[in-house]
Structures are given as structure tokens and as C-alpha cells.
Design a protein around this ligand. Structure first.
Ligand SMILES: Nc1ncnc2c1ncn2[C@@H]1O[C@H](COP(=O)(O)OP(=O)(O)OP(=O)(O)O)[C@@H](O)[C@H]1O
Ligand SMILES: Cc1cn([C@H]2C[C@H](O)[C@@H](COP(=O)(O)O)O2)c(=O)[nH]c1=O
Length: 324
């Protein structure tokens, strides 16, 4: 039995498969479970809901329950058999999509300044673009992270690592799509990947820090690199990672340095070493000690190239590109 939820689903096709029988059966019998079901389905979200390797007992029970519930309890005359698969073709072509651009680097290297400038430029050029950042401190998980970074709370290194990762997973899925199953109170939620959906609809995402920060900072604390990467597996892989390269000493001279937990020279030196271990073919390195304007120019070049490739049909992929 697969242990990684994402590995249980067919991610290569643009088809959504929903085992309606099982879901309706459970929902009709125990309406209070509807919320739970949605959460479970959200956790297992991807292109197909039906795990291929799960035990058959719950599925068969769900089938029976669906038939029993729908025929006997409610005596509903539904225009479909209780158990069937819905195949929803995703009309959005994978050929013309936005790019997932990630900015990485040591604290104070200039990511936020460059994200803002890049966003403004792309928007002015008429591109559909959004600026994201991790940690997203607006969510419940993000607030715990923020309090930890501000030294207002203490957490085990593994625990904070998992919170950072959870903060990325919670931005991956949004429950915005619902299918009306012809019965007023019965709704089946279709989890939609927030990030994937945006990219497929043509929006380019500029993301200030991503999984690479997650691994680099925890690995710098001495945690096992494979362990650090594991919770990131299955998140979308960036199309481009721009590493803003600055020495820890120079970064420490910049304004605002030292405000948060990790902004300490010796630790940042270790983080710089961790980043080196993470570089792969999706990375471009830009000298972050250049003027803001020069960095901006170089950044635009690599970003526009990447956006062109995505527009032409470069497929989306998942982390982690190399073996853990
Ligand atoms: N190229 C640059 N040259 C000199 N100073 C810069 C440059 N880029 C940014 N700065 C300054 O460095 C400081 C940090 O910049 P910024 O907030 O953009 O970095 P950051 O990487 O987002 O930081 P953090 O990771 O700590 O949030 C700011 O005071 C900013 O004005
Ligand atoms: C995403 C992420 C971040 N961190 C660290 C890196 C920084 O020191 C802070 C975030 O600060 P910012 O000013 O908001 O960029 O958190 C981390 O350790 N793990 C992560 O996944």
C-alpha cells in the first residue's frame, strides 16, 4: 500500500475520476461525515480521487451503502446508477500556461525587492501574474511560523520544518469547485489545485521562497536532507529557481538584518552551504550584490525565457526532481 498520498493517483492525465457511489453512500448515511469526507478528499487531491492501491473492503462497502442508501432510504430517482465514475475532461490545455518562478537566497539577499519589481513589470506588460511568498503568515499555520520566527514561541526543529511544509501544502489546494449531484443538500467537492489551477489558466506565479528554503534552513540545523525533502514530495516543481547570490557577511550588512530568528551570521553560513547542495538544472544564479536595477534586468531575461517555454507547452512536474 502506498504511503505517499500523491503516489496513489494518476497525475499524468487531465481526467478527474470520482467514485460517486462511495461518497454518496457515506454522506447519505451519515450527513455529519460530509465535512470529514471533504477534508479527506482534499488531502488526497490530485487528478483522480480513486486510490488504486487501497483495500477493497471500504470501496465495496461504500458501493453497497450507496445502493442501499439511495434505493431504500431515500427512494431517490436519480438519473444515474449509484456507482459510476465521472470523468471530467479538464478543458484547459496544458500547452499554454503560466510559469512557476521561485526566488531563493539567504535572508536579506533582495528577494522581496525583486519579486515586487518583477511583478510590476510583468503586469505592465499585460501578463497575468501573481506574487506569492512562503511562509504565508496569514494562515493559522503561518501564524505559528511567524511567532516562532519572531522568537515568541519555541518548537522542535522537526516540528517547525513540518509546519513550513504544511504551509505550502495548504496553499496547493482550494475547495472552490463543487458538483451539484441533483439533490439539493448533496454536494461532492472537487478539490482543485490552487497553484496548478492558476498556472494552467495562464497565470505566472512569482514565489518568494519555496521548498528549497524549507530544506536549506532545516538541513543547516543538522537534520537529515532526505528527511527534510520528504514532506515536499508531490508539490509542484518550479519552472525556474532564481538564486540571489550574496555572501552571508554582505547580507548581514543590509538593513533590517537580525530582526528574526535565523538572521545570524554563523547560521546563514550553514544555510549558504545547504543551498549549494540543492542546486539543480532549474536554477539560475544572479549576483545579488549588483545594483537593484541590474539584478532586475537579469531577472527579467531569465524569467521571460522561462515564461516562453511554459507558454509553448513545457509540462508541469513535481518535486523532488532528483532522488531524495
Ligand atoms: N541589490 C541591492 N543592493 C543593496 N541593497 C539591497 C539590494 N536589494 C535589496 N536591498 C536592501 O536589502 C534589504 C533586504 O531586501 P529584501 O527585503 O528585498 O530582501 P529579502 O531577501 O526579501 O529579505 P528576507 O529574506 O530577510 O525577507 C532591504 O533594505 C533592501 O532595500
Ligand atoms: C519558506 C521557509 C522559510 N524559512 C525561513 C527563511 C527565513 O529566515 C524565514 C522567512 O523569512 P521571510 O523574511 O518571510 O523570507 O523563514 C524556513 O526556515 N523554511 C521555509 O520553508
Amino acid at each position: 500500500m502506498a504511503t505517499n498520498p500523491t503516489s496513489m493517483f494518476n497525475t499524468s492525465s487531465n481526467v478527474l475520476s470520482v467514485n460517486i457511489g462511495t461518497s454518496i453512500g457515506s454522506m447519505v448515511r451519515r450527513p455529519q461525515m460530509r465535512r470529514t469526507l471533504k477534508v479527506q478528499e482534499t488531502l488526497f487531491s490530485n487528478r483522480s480521487f480513486v486510490p488504486k492501491t487501497t483495500s477493497t473492503f471500504p470501496r465495496k462497502f461504500g458501493t453497497w451503502a450507496a445502493r442501499f442508501s439511495l434505493k431504500s432510504s431515500l427512494d431517490l430517482k436519480l438519473p444515474f446508477k449509484p456507482l459510476r465514475l465521472i470523468h471530467m475532461e479538464n478543458k484547459e490545455s496544458s500547452s499554454s500556461r503560466g510559469a512557476l518562478i521561485v526566488l531563493e537566497g539567504l535572508d536579506r539577499c533582495g528577494k522581496t525587492s525583486q519579486s515586487g519589481r518583477l511583478y510590476k513589470y510583468l503586469e505592465e506588460q499585460g501578463h497575468s501574474v501573481e506574487s506569492w511568498r512562503f511562509p504565508d503568515r496569514n494562515t493559522g499555520v503561518g501564524q505559528m511560523i511567524s511567532s516562532y520566527l519572531a522568537n515568541q514561541s519555541q518548537l522542535d526543529d522537526h516540528a517547525i520544518h513540518l509546519l513550513f511544509s504544511a504551509n505550502r501544502w495548504e496553499k496547493r489546494v482550494s475547495l472552490v469547485h463543487w458538483i451539484d449531484l441533483f439533490v439539493s443538500e448533496l454536494y461532492l467537492s472537487i478539490p482543485v489545485s490552487l497553484m496548478e489551477e492558476k498556472l494552467k489558466s495562464g497565470t505566472t506565479l512569482i514565489v518568494d521562497r519555496y521548498s528549497y528554503s524549507g530544506v536549506a534552513f532545516s538541513y543547516a540545523k543538522g537534520l537529515d536532507i532526505g528527511w527534510c525533502k520528504a514532506p515536499e514530495i508531490g508539490l509542484l516543481a518550479p519552472d525556474l529557481v532564481v538564486y540571489l547570490d550574496i555572501s552571508p557577511e554582505k547580507a548581514a550588512e543590509r538593513g533590517g538584518y537580525g530582526d528574526e530568528r535565523y538572521e545570524q551570521l554563523e547560521f546563514q553560513k550553514k544555510v549558504a552551504g545547504s543551498y549549494l547542495a540543492l542546486r539543480d538544472s532549474s536554477w539560475k544564479v544572479i549576483d545579488a550584490t549588483l545594483s537593484i536595477e541590474d539584478i532586475e534586468k537579469k531577472l527579467r531575461e531569465v524569467v521571460l525565457d522561462c515564461m516562453k517555454a511554459c507558454h509553448k507547452g513545457k509540462p508541469l512536474s513535481q518535486l523532488w526532481p532528483s532522488s531524495v
